[in-house]
Design a binder for this molecule. Structure first.
Ligand code: ATP
Length: 358
């Protein structure tokens, strides 16, 4: 539906020029909940602003339904934006705010009122239609902002960190609500966030960005299970990184004998091996695994499980989880010797070498 082709954006010129986006290629499908995820300054908002038409690209193309939209001004593009700050008019009522969005896009006057009623029903704000937007809670303002952006029936809704001003409980509720709306309306959402949990729970697919470049595009499960590189592995969830070597079709971690290579290993030589903390097994396992010895350095109780930090004999540290299933609590103690198993199937070999292997 939306083809982002070799899109780049440079701010300024000459020696002070800054590349906010470098040759971004993404194809977004109709009806998809697509998330742009990355740390502050990685270029997420810039990409959203290019799609909205608030900025012009320095290179590349934006093709919507087969047509290049570069020359179309923002208010004529079939996309609409929900901003982080809501950008509502405080002196206007809820209904007037939503109507404003329609009038600004040239909706025929006779169609405005019925459309306002319809969309306020959808976001469950009809009962507050005559309330001033300054007299509403953050969550209610968010719904109005959403209604205003949805009212002109855009083909794509762009959402720039729309939940970041809400407290945690409301944020979780609105995540669920947004997802429901997107499914019910069958709309394409492009959602910007720096919160990996939010991205994992809401998205059909996620684009992970860093320094103006695209690191990986995949569904949440694939990103978590098969990160393309160390940046993605570390940004999505928690990860252990261990230095290793691939030689003669075997994987060697310091202090352990050569083991079978994990499936899909493409790299060779010095590599980084990644394993998620919850995949590390305390003691032996029936699965094919690498066994490592260490000493418990720290234990942190976190409700469902205890976070264990293990100093391995080879000098590296390893994080793991010990489930708190027994009423007697965890049997682990700080300073204790511990043997752990790293199942081969849970290991991911990443191409980069660890420069500062501890
Ligand atoms: P955040 O999560 O903090 O909003 P972001 O990933 O959305 O970050 P962008 O707002 O897209 O980041 O900014 C990307 C980079 O481009 C930043 O380093 C920013 O300082 C720079 N930038 C953005 N707009 C401009 C501008 N108008 N002029 C110069 N540099 C800009």
């Amino acid at each position: 539906m939306l083809d982002i082709r070799s899109l780049s954006k440079k701010f300024g010129s000459g020696a002070s020029a800054f590349h906010a986006l470098r040759s971004i290629d993404i194809t977004i499908k109709e009806g998809e909940f697509f998330t742009l995820l990355g740390p502050s300054g990685c270029g997420k908002t810039t990409l959203l602003r290019l799609i909205a038409g608030f900025e012009q690209p320095s290179g590349g193309q934006l093709v919507l339904d087969g047509k290049d939209i570069a020359a179309i001004p923002p208010n004529h593009r079939p996309v609409n934006t929900v901003f982080q700050s809501y950008a509502l008019f405080p002196h206007m009522t809820v209904a007037q705010n939503v109507a404003f969005g329609l009038e600004a896009r040239g909706t025929k006057p006779a169609e405005v009122a019925p459309r306002v009623d319809e969309i306020l029903e959808i976001v469950q704000m009809a009962h507050l239609r005559d309330r001033k937007s300054s007299q509403m809670s953050g969550g209610q303002q968010q719904r109005v902002a959403l209604a205003r952006a949805l009212a002109p029936r855009p083909r794509i809704l762009l959402l720039d960190e729309p939940l970041s001003a809400l407290d945690l409980k409301l944020r979780k509720q609105m995540q669920f609500e947004l997802k429901r709306l997107q499914r019910e309306l069958g709309l394409t959402f492009i959602f910007v966030t720096h919160d990996q949990d939010e991205a994992l729970t809401m998205s059909d697919r996620i684009a992970v960005m860093e320094g103006g470049t695209l690191q990986q595009v995949a569904d949440p499960r694939s990103l978590y299970d098969h990160p393309a590189n160390r940046f993605v592995a570390g940004f999505i969830g928690e990860a252990n990184f261990l230095p290793g070597t691939i030689a003669d079709g075997k994987l060697i971690l310091a202090g352990s004998p050569p083991a079978p290579m994990p499936r899909d290993t493409k790299s060779s030589g010095q590599v980084t091996v990644m394993i998620r903390p919850e995949q590390v097994v305390v003691g032996p396992t029936a699965q094919e695994a690498i066994t490592l010895d260490g000493r418990v350095e720290a234990l942190v109780f976190s409700g469902t499980d205890t976070h264990v930090s293990l100093r391995l004999q080879n000098g590296n540290t390893l994080s793991l989880r010990s489930p708190n299933t027994s009423h007697a609590g965890t049997s682990l103690a700080e300073g204790q010797r511990l043997q752990v198993s790293l199942p081969i199937d849970a290991l991911r070999v990443l191409p980069e070498e660890i420069a500062d292997a501890a």
